[in-house]
Design a protein around this ligand. Structure first.
Ligand SMILES: Cc1cc2nc3c(=O)[nH]c(=O)nc-3n(C[C@H](O)[C@H](O)[C@H](O)COP(=O)(O)OP(=O)(O)OC[C@H]3O[C@@H](n4cnc5c(N)ncnc54)[C@H](O)[C@@H]3O)c2cc1C
Length: 382
């Protein structure tokens, strides 16, 4: 009997989205596919933990796992950069391993922290969007005992929309515990007309920020920063001086995607169908997580809920079925308001989150989520 060739499924990126798709696929179609995952480092960080690094409650080295141990055993793992996608030849070019052929391709390459996108960024500016910078910020905050902290956003979109406000709450809490909060001024700037983008959640968050003495400046879109004079200028014409600046860096899609001619927006986020998660114009290329230009949160939870849809749609295609599975925009996330209290948000394309109180109950879920993430979420069990 003639043996049919197994389809090649190639996944770019072994972060949250790529790892879950790989595990879901392996479980859904067993060994009926050749599964290849390409990633330059195979280091898989639990990024929400960076927030606790900045107040000395977590260590960056405890947040990272080797993603090869999270991926299915029966998958090829190529440590390399994808540098080009040739959609005609159905081949991914890598930096050192040549071309890798695909029948189905999944783009899960996340977002790039693009401090090079602005000409004013220098290392006097802090952030907490990777482990190294979160630790550098902690060392700075430890020594900073008096003055004005500004927490600002370089541009949109950026991953985990609650994270900058969570950072402000945790820093407030840190100085309260040190009993020097009255010597520290904290200002949070928002590009919108409110502190947090989702109105129903903002109804709880913004009053809480005010209660905690965190000044909120709305309609503040960063134009540039003079790091010598220590002033942030907004496009709206405002000036804000600081002693310590924490700036959420500009985010961009990985540049090779746009350079390969795939449909992306200006910033390099891939255009995908919001339901099928197929890249516009292709029925065998999918994208998920931060890499897409969907108008929803760039969050691990988004990738988590998108991944099974992609696995099911690839399975349908391989089996020759016409069944199309649809992503409904489901996102769930914690919103920490101090060390010991959190809200929980749950929403989708048609239902915004309901306004809820921040409680200790949700904090405990947040606390145990790291091991749950690595053991259950990343491995595709839930
Ligand atoms: C401070 C902070 C707090 C956060 N808190 C939360 C939270 O509470 N809840 C939540 O849901 N989300 C949170 N997030 C966001 C979440 O971590 C990301 O949105 C999520 O990891 C995105 O998953 P992804 O698979 O799209 O990208 P990633 O997990 O970033 O993975 C991308 C992968 O692509 C690889 N890659 C890059 N370039 C290439 C290339 N050329 N070729 C091959 N591979 C490549 C990278 O090495 C990486 O492994 C937080 C993020 C931060 C920074």
């Amino acid at each position: 009997m003639k043996k049919t060739k197994k389809p090649n499924v190639v996944i770019l990126g072994a972060g949250t989205g790529g790892t879950i798709v790989a595990n879901k696929l392996r479980r859904k179609i067993g060994s009926k596919v050749n599964l290849t995952v390409i990633d330059p480092t195979f280091k898989h960080p639990y990024q929400p933990g960076y927030l606790f690094v900045i107040i000395g409650k977590e260590k960056p080295e405890n947040l990272v796992k080797d993603s090869r141990k999270l991926l299915p055993r029966k998958s090829e793992k190529i440590q390399d950069y994808a540098v080009k996608i040739d959609t005609e030849a159905q081949e991914v070019q890598t930096k050192e391993h040549g071309g890798i052929k695909y029948d189905y391709l999944v783009i899960a390459t996340g977002s790039r922290l693009a401090t090079d996108a602005v000409d004013w960024w220098d290392d006097t500016i802090h952030h907490f969007y990777n482990g190294e910078e979160a630790l550098r910020l902690y060392n700075e905050l430890k020594e900073f005992n008096k003055g004005k902290i500004v927490i600002s956003i370089a541009d949109i979109p950026y991953k985990c929309p609650p994270a900058p406000i969570e950072g402000a709450f945790l820093i407030d809490d840190y100085y309260r515990r040190k009993k020097i909060r009255d010597q520290i001024q904290i200002t949070y700037t928002s590009p919108l007309n409110r502190a947090f983008s989702i109105q129903t959640t903002n109804e709880v968050i913004e009053p809480l920020m005010k209660k905690r003495g965190i000044e909120v400046k709305t309609f503040f879109n960063t134009d540039e920063v003079d790091t010598e004079e220590k002033v942030v200028y907004s496009l709206e014409g405002e000036e804000l001086d600081y002693d310590l600046l924490i700036m959420i860096p500009p985010h961009r899609g990985q540049s090779f995607i746009k350079e390969s001619g795939l449909p992306t927006d200006e910033q390099g986020w891939v255009n995908v169908d919001r339901y099928t998660l197929r890249v516009e114009g292709f029925d065998n290329i999918y994208a998920l997580g931060d890499a897409t230009n969907l108008p929803i949160s760039k969050a691990g939870s988004t990738a988590h809920h998108e991944a099974p849809i992609i696995a099911k749609n690839i399975k349908s295609q391989i089996k020759g079925s016409n069944r199309i599975h649809k992503y409904n925009g489901h996102v769930q996330c914690f919103f920490v308001t101090k060390y010991g209290s959190s809200m929980f948000l749950d929403f989708n394309y048609s239902h915004p989150p309901k306004a809820k109180r921040s409680t200790r109950y949700w904090w405990w879920f947040k606390k145990i989520f790291k091991p749950f993430y690595f053991q259950m979420v990343a491995k595709g069990y839930v």
